[in-house]
Write a protein that binds this ligand. Structure first.
Ligand code: SAM
Length: 272
């Protein structure tokens, strides 16, 4: 394996931190272990050569591939189910009966899509039970191009599939080959995905009823966390909810959201 020397490392990690919010200052070994394959692919004899090629690559493809390799896209269906329970028990029953505006949900840092499809299955169940009358739309975004491509395909292996309740397995998935499963076509009409760097996300008008940004803040520094929370709060409708990961907290991040329960915050109707 080609060694990443200190001079090369000191160019790479600050660039990744300032462009993507991900702090790899203490992860030199991770960079080496993930990027050696890219060195071979780009026929670079050193990290300095690789970095120069990447900086000169006007298509941006080398940089996107690097970030694919350096991001952790770990996720699974029904993860932190308290949030889905909160939607089922609190959010949907409280929707005004005369509301016609669709319910809009944003999953920021959705990885390979299981979070978005879990939401869709939950809301479809509520619709079938007559408890949700309005249309709903879910947008999932992630920095990783390969994660977003996997989310768009909606193909999952048997271990992923096993995490779904049996009723959802038969209602919303089908087996297609070799123990691989795919979410049914129906789900694709409720969920869309796009690649997006949250650090470069432009301000969004208050559009969303619910925003999931779970297990993403952990990778960021305080400054970037604050900027992101400000943008996500701006994108929430008044009364809308922000869900973060249960190991994350907004305690050290200035914000105007109201704490509701662990990992659930609400944008007040009137700014406090
Ligand atoms: C651990 S996964 C969390 C997935 C899902 N939200 C969950 O909780 O299961 C974190 C995701 O955040 C994404 N991510 C990290 N930095 C990002 C950035 N600057 N912009 C967009 N996504 C980012 C990673 O690519 C990764 O897929």
């Amino acid at each position: 394996m080609i060694e990443l020397n200190d001079a090369e490392f000191s160019k790479m990690y600050p660039y990744i931190r300032s462009h993507y919010g991900i702090n790899l200052e203490k992860k030199k070994y991770l960079i080496e272990s993930k990027l050696w394959i890219e060195l071979a692919r780009s026929k670079s004899g050193s990290y300095a050569e690789y970095w120069k090629k990447l900086q000169n690559d006007e298509t941006g493809a080398m940089e996107r591939r690097m970030m694919d390799l350096l991001t952790t896209n770990y996720t699974f269906f029904c993860r932190e189910e308290q949030h889905f329970d909160f939607i089922r028990r609190i959010i949907v029953p409280a929707l005004p009966s005369n509301r016609i505006r669709p319910l809009r949900i944003f999953s920021a840092g959705c990885a390979t899509g299981q979070e978005c499809y879990t939401l869709a299955m939950e809301l479809l169940d509520l619709r079938r039970a007559g408890k949700l009358q309005i249309p709903f739309y879910i947008l999932g975004t992630d920095l990783s191009e390969t994660a977003i491509a996997a989310a768009q395909r909606g193909f999952y292996n048997s271990a992923d599939y096993a995490r779904l309740p049996q009723a959802w397995q038969s209602a919303y998935c089908e087996e297609f080959h070799d123990g691989q499963f795919k979410v049914r076509e129906l789900l694709h009409s409720f969920v869309s995905f796009k690649r997006q760097n949250l650090l470069e996300m432009p301000p969004i008008a208050p559009t969303y009823d619910i925003i999931f940004c779970r297990n993403v803040l952990i990778y960021f520094e305080d400054g970037e966390r604050e900027n992101l929370i400000k943008k996500l709060s701006g994108a929430l409708q008044k009364g809308g909810y922000l869900m973060i990961g249960h190991t994350e907290s907004l305690i050290t991040i200035p914000n105007h959201l109201k704490y509701i329960q662990p990992a659930v915050y609400q944008k007040p109707e009137v700014r406090t």
